[in-house]
Every structure is written in structure tokens, then in C-alpha cells.
Design a protein around this ligand. Structure first.
Ligand SMILES: CC(C)(COP(=O)(O)OP(=O)(O)OC[C@H]1O[C@@H](n2cnc3c(N)ncnc32)[C@H](O)[C@@H]1OP(=O)(O)O)[C@@H](O)C(=O)NCCC(=O)NCCS
Length: 171
């Protein structure tokens, strides 16, 4: 079942991230997104009472433009539950919610092979908030819902939680 994250889920989400990302510490980012950042869509996947997946979408702006766009990240599925469609269900549910909410474009920095299946294409016109390592350029992608609108150009203007160069580099 995919549902909106609730304050009661925080402890389970805190346990999920080190399990899904053993080599990365994403809990400060996730807490900052869930507790201190307005305009974050937080969805959880639950199997019975067990929380097995989580995704966040953060509302952002493009410099110089006023319309709503969003950043998909992070996405995590419990190590014992991966490759069963849970991550895909979270991404698809989140994209549907963003589109219904009037978001015109969603960005992601992630594996092209994985995100390509949801329609994410290489992003050329909107730069990420910090320069990416050369080998990550193909991982900066977006999916556009308002395809008839003029192409957005500029830099993704992210809220404070994302305003950390370390989140956009290999360091
Ligand atoms: C990446 C992740 C979110 C995918 O969720 P999931 O529930 O395992 O994935 P799904 O079951 O929806 O999709 C499975 C498909 O994606 C592929 N896939 C899974 N992880 C992938 C990855 N990192 N890169 C490319 N393909 C991947 C699987 O091979 C499978 O392909 P198939 O449908 O052709 O068999 C999950 O594996 C995870 O949390 N991994 C650890 C953390 C991580 O790397 N997160 C990256 C998000 S930025």
C-alpha cells in the first residue's frame, strides 16, 4: 500500500535509509525535508504494519521563473523487499500526485536505466543547483508534464535542505 507519510512514520523512515543506503548517511537530509521543509510530498510503502519504502518530492523553482517544479529524492526500498515493484509504485504514485497538483516538471539525479522507465529524459536546459561531476551528467534528468509550455531554462532553485554541495557530489 502506498500512502502519505505521517509523523508516526519518522522512526521507521530513519531505520529504512541506512538499510537501503549502507554507505550513505541520508537521515539528516530526510529529517530536514520531512520536518523543516514546506512543500514536500512524502510517500511511504507499507506491507501490513511494516514500512518498506519511502520517497520524497520537494517543490522547487527555476531561477527567474515562477511556476512549480519538483525534485524527486531520495527514494529507498528496504533491502529485503527490493526488485518487487515497490520503488516503481512509489515513483509512479508520486509523479501522479505532482501532476495533479499542477507541477509542470520533475527533476531527478539518479540511475538513467532506472528512472528512464518512468519517462525521465536527460535535462539540458535547467542546471542542477551545484555543478555535477562529469560522470553524473547523464544522471540529471527530468520528466515534463506541461509539454506545451515554453521550455524552462535556468538553474534549479532548491530549498535549504538541498542547498548543500555535498549532496550533489561524490564527496
Ligand atoms: C533503487 C530502488 C529504489 C529501486 O526500488 P525497487 O523496489 O527495488 O525497484 P522496482 O522493483 O520498482 O524496479 C525493479 C527494476 O528496476 C531495476 N533496478 C533496481 N534498482 C536499480 C538501479 N539502481 N539501477 C537500475 N535498475 C535498477 C531492477 O533490475 C528491476 O528491473 P526489471 O523490472 O527489468 O526486472 C531500491 O532498489 C533501493 O532502495 N536501492 C538502494 C538505494 C538506492 O540505490 N536508491 C536509488 C534511488 S536515488
Amino acid at each position: 500500500m502506498i500512502r502519505d507519510g505521517a509523523p508516526d512514520d519518522l522512526a521507521d523512515i530513519d531505520r529504512l535509509y541506512p538499510d537501503a543506503f549502507p554507505d550513505e548517511e541520508l537521515r539528516p537530509l530526510v529529517r530536514s525535508l520531512l520536518c523543516d521543509t514546506p512543500g514536500v510530498l512524502s510517500l511511504v510503502a507499507a506491507v501490513g504494519a511494516r514500512l518498506v519504502g519511502h520517497v520524497a518530492f520537494t517543490r522547487c523553482r527555476v531561477t527567474g521563473g515562477g511556476d512549480a517544479v519538483a525534485l524527486l529524492a531520495p527514494l529507498a526500498v528496504a533491502s529485503t523487499c527490493q526488485k518487487r515493484g515497490i520503488g516503481s509504485a512509489l515513483v509512479r504514485a508520486g509523479l501522479d500526485r505532482q501532476r495533479s497538483a499542477g507541477v509542470g516538471q520533475v527533476f531527478v539525479l539518479g540511475d538513467p536505466a532506472y528512472y528512464g522507465r518512468f519517462g525521465f529524459e536527460p535535462e539540458q536546459w535547467i542546471a542542477p543547483p551545484f555543478p555535477l561531476p562529469e560522470e553524473w551528467h547523464d544522471a540529471w534528468r527530468s520528466v515534463t508534464f506541461d509539454v506545451a509550455a515554453p521550455t524552462r531554462r535556468g538553474v534549479l532553485d532548491v530549498p535549504e535542505a538541498w542547498n548543500d554541495p555535498a549532496l550533489w557530489s561524490e564527496g
